[in-house]
Design a protein around this ligand. Structure first.
Ligand code: UDX
Length: 451
């Protein structure tokens, strides 16, 4: 919405939320305190806010004034009831649709921006249609699907120069109204028009294919380690085939983020719902492999450290699900750290952007002072936030790199090795560190996918 406001100064954009604290943060004079860390976002908000970009808790008033309403609420995986663990929880979409139905005036175009299961638009339409019938309303609605393909960390660049914008709908006038907004900065040939159901399904499919590529390369990484091949060489070799392409072939600790797992599970649930068991179990494997990869890395650490990490201090560099974001949702670091804590390890965790309170929530454990290396193994695992890679490495037996923050490419391995207990290890789950330098400094180095 900030980018739309930035690119379309003639359009008034009002972002509303029930959460007053969040809205206040979006209105904070200090742009470094916006609730989402995203490179370039502060500049965009700084340019548009107060001019034609507004943040408010006046939800009904904003709906009433709007020609177009984007439903951008979260649709997490259900945790209970039918479809728990797989289906999307659509309660916030429904609540929002009902609120739009009640508060809208005149003709309103309702755009599904949230990622939704196929045929959700039917429910949204039904709710809106009920209001349309209201005698004293005089209101009418059109529903469009306009899924978002941006990735975190590159969101602004992705929005400013998207590979494509997808608009699904049945009402040509509504579609063209939305096209005219994106058309302000997106070339016409990149704006794809589809029917509603294709648009909804394309989002799930794009994420499923992307995640599948990561599980595929991670599966081959394990085979590389076993055979003496190097997954980066394999990735380069296969990525040079123009039919495959070079991107999204980076082996790592498994994919995280708010979308991939959720969307695949949702796809799996939909397939089962339509009786397509073989299709469901095909996609389910992408998630299973990803879980396996995360557990595998924790197991690798334990095995290497003579079969036990109890009472040992381990330095964990990076907790976000990828670099350039403070987001930890489904971060592979969560499962890996939990496994190691379960094994009794003492983790010193550093991430420049992630709030330690968030790490505590993810690990479901408050931080505690960790025992000095070499002290009698206490048995209970724990974790402590630290401010730098050096502070993390102090007295540690191993350094684990779990997020590909740029700073971890240039660590001073001589200095870090000097702080560690010997023998010392580097487990580089992102294969970004200078492995030669770490080896030269006396560390035993494991890199994902390197045989
Ligand atoms: C993803 C999709 O890319 C985006 O189009 C969609 O709108 C939302 O979901 P995002 O979750 O922000 O975006 O991040 P992405 O860059 O796709 O990375 C997801 C995960 O895969 C991260 O944990 C990342 O580290 C991992 N990844 C990515 C790899 O392990 N290897 C790769 O080659 C690429």
């Amino acid at each position: 919405m900030a980018v739309i406001a930035d690119r379309c100064p003639q359009i008034q954009v009002t972002v509303v939320d029930l959460n007053a604290e969040r809205i206040a943060a979006w209105n904070d004079d200090d742009l470094s305190r916006l609730p989402v860390y995203e490179p370039g976002l502060d500049a965009v908000v700084g340019r548009a806010r107060g001019r034609n970009l507004h943040f408010s808790t006046e939800v009904d008033a904003a709906i009433a004034a709007a020609d177009m309403v984007f439903l951008s609420v979260n649709t997490p995986t259900k945790t209970r009831g039918v479809g728990a663990g797989q289906a999307s929880d659509l309660r916030w979409i429904e609540v929002s649709a009902r609120q739009v139905a009640a508060a809208a005036q005149g003709h309103t175009i309702v755009v599904e921006k949230s990622t939704l299961p196929v045929r959700t638009a039917e429910a949204v339409k039904a709710i809106l249609a009920a209001a349309q019938g209201d005698a004293h309303g005089g209101k009418t609605f059109s529903v469009l699907s306009n899924p978002e393909f941006l990735a975190e960390g590159t969101a602004i660049a992705d929005l400013e120069a998207p590979d494509r914008v997808l608009i699904g709908g049945e009402d040509d006038a509504a579609i063209e109204a939305l096209v005219s907004i994106y058309g302000q900065w997106v070339p016409e040939e990149r704006i794809l028009r589809t029917n509603l159901w294709s648009s909804e399904l394309s989002k799930l499919t794009a994420n499923a294919f992307l995640a599948q590529r990561i599980s595929s390369i991670n599966s081959i990484a394990a085979l590389c380690e076993a055979t003496g091949a190097d997954v980066r060489e394999v990735a380069r070799a296969i990525g040079s085939d123009s039919r495959l392409g070079a991107r999204f072939l980076q082996a790592g600790p498994g994919f995280g983020g708010s979308c991939f797992q959720k969307d695949i599970l949702n796809l799996v649930y939909l397939c089962r719902h339509y009786g397509l068991e073989a299709v469901a179990s095909y996609w389910e494997q992408v998630v299973s492999l990803n879980n396996w990869q995360q557990h595998r890395i924790a197991r690798k650490v334990v095995q290497s450290l003579f079969g036990t990490v109890t009472g040992k201090r381990l330095a964990v560099l990076g907790f976000a699900f990828k670099a350039d974001t403070n987001d930890t949702r489904e971060s592979p670091a969560i499962r890996i750290c939990r496994d190691l804590i379960e094994e009794g390890a003492q983790l010193a965790i550093v991430d420049a952007k992630v709030d330690p309170a968030q790490i505590a929530r993810d690990l479901e454990q408050a931080p505690q002072e960790i025992a000095a290396a070499g002290s009698v193994p206490a048995g209970e695992g724990g974790w402590l936030p630290v401010a730098s890679a050096e502070a993390a490495a102090q007295g540690a037996d191993a350094v684990l790199i779990l997020t590909e923050w740029a700073a971890y490419r240039q660590l001073d391995w001589v200095a870090i090795a000097a702080l560690m207990r010997r023998p010392a290890w580097l487990f580089d789950a992102r294969a970004i560190a200078d492995a030669d330098a770490a080896r030269a400094a006396g560390l035993t180095v494991w890199r994902v996918g390197e045989g």
